[in-house]
Write a protein that binds this ligand. Structure first.
Ligand code: SF4
Ligand code: SF4
Ligand code: SF4
Length: 320
């Protein structure tokens, strides 16, 4: 009876909850998109400008704009922001563990662009956006060509599989051990953070020294991220590189491709980084065999007609 009386009394005297004296509820409720965007705005604008510039350089097939893009990739994406797709991001996909969208808008823009551009054009990320790939491509331009060693085609094709093996090995290692730190031993992207032990810098120095002699060494043979983008490119590239029927017998572009991505008439999508080199030749009416044949067609037809006339005349003379 006493207990029932207390319950009734409690209900009658029940007061609404006091507002939070520290105001945490208000802060949470009042967070607007403006609050979320303000600290990320500069990042979003600079990244959007960089991506737009990279796309303009790609669509114009301009050598000058391409090298400006590569320099921006090293400076802005590499040393300033350290925005690089890493095997750590592949580990996050394995765990399905994503950063909170609203606080990481620039990262989602970057990762989204990488995925979409790979589906549309292939490894455009490797050819334009990745800071390490950009660094080695710039090295290629400034270093004397006589230092280069051409890897024999047969070795190049086999060595190209190493990166796929590394990708499987490193993801397998992560699944078993859950140790993300393994990334340091399979990719040199930490260099843009300028923080590692001396032994790691020594390893990086050796890699860069080897790159002096074998161009794009890491990208072509050892990068697990490049391998994963290569797999996506091989499965789906909606806007592949165009080819002429003459490409079946012409080897000009195959010799020009520095990535070993042209084999006979075929473009190997998993190896192609959309560097533009062969696409520039494709459009060049003074270099591409297709255009040269078209330009010389009237002259060739005239010669063939003259030859046919000469043959007909000599046949008429020798006839009984
Ligand atoms: S292969 Fe790797 S290092 Fe090279 S550009 Fe692509 S992601 Fe960057
Ligand atoms: S030069 Fe022209 S024809 Fe020859 S491989 Fe290149 S695109 Fe094809
Ligand atoms: S030369 Fe052509 S095939 Fe080779 S990597 Fe560049 S765009 Fe791709």
């Amino acid at each position: 009876m006493l207990l029932a009386f207390r319950v009734v009394l409690g209900l009658l005297t029940l007061q609404p909850a006091e507002p939070d004296p520290w105001g945490f509820d208000d802060v949470q409720a009042e967070e607007t998109w403006l609050d979320i965007l303000r600290p990320q705005a500069l990042d979003l604008i600079l990244l959007s400008l960089f991506i737009a510039f990279a796309l303009v350089s790609f669509s114009r097939k301009s050598v000058r704009l391409k090298y400006i893009t590569l320099a921006m990739a090293v400076g802005y994406m590499g040393f300033y922001k350290s925005y690089l797709i890493s095997v750590v991001n592949i580990f996050a996909i394995v765990d399905w563990d994503w950063p909170i969208f609203r606080y990481n808008l620039a990262w989602y823009l970057f990762a989204g662009f990488t995925l979409v551009s790979t589906l549309v054009w292939g490894r455009l990320y490797c050819g334009r956006i990745c800071a390490f790939g950009a660094l080695t491509q710039l090295m290629d331009v400034v270093l004397p060509k006589k230092l280069r060693i051409e890897v024999p085609k047969a070795i190049e094709r086999r060595a190209g599989w190493i990166k796929y093996g590394l990708l499987v090995a490193v993801v397998g290692y992560y699944i078993i051990t859950r140790n993300t730190m393994v990334y340091r031993y399979v990719e040199p992207f930490w260099m843009f953070g300028l923080s590692e032990k001396m032994v790691m810098w020594f390893g990086l120095g050796t890699l860069l020294l080897a790159t002096v002699f074998v161009r794009n060494l890491y990208c072509r043979f050892a990068c697990p991220v490049g391998a994963s983008l290569g797999v996506i490119s091989a499965i789906a590239t909606f806007r592949p590189i165009k080819r002429w029927s003459e490409c079946k017998s012409c080897t000009i572009c195959e010799k020009a491709c520095e990535w070993g991505a042209i084999r006979g008439p075929q473009i190997v999508k998993s190896e192609c980084v959309r560097c533009d080199d062969c696409e520039r030749i494709y459009e060049d009416e003074t270099k591409c065999v297709h255009w040269i044949v078209i330009a010389r067609r009237p002259e060739l037809e005239k010669r063939a007609a003259a030859r046919a006339r000469r043959l007909a005349a000599s046949t008429a003379q020798t006839a009984p």
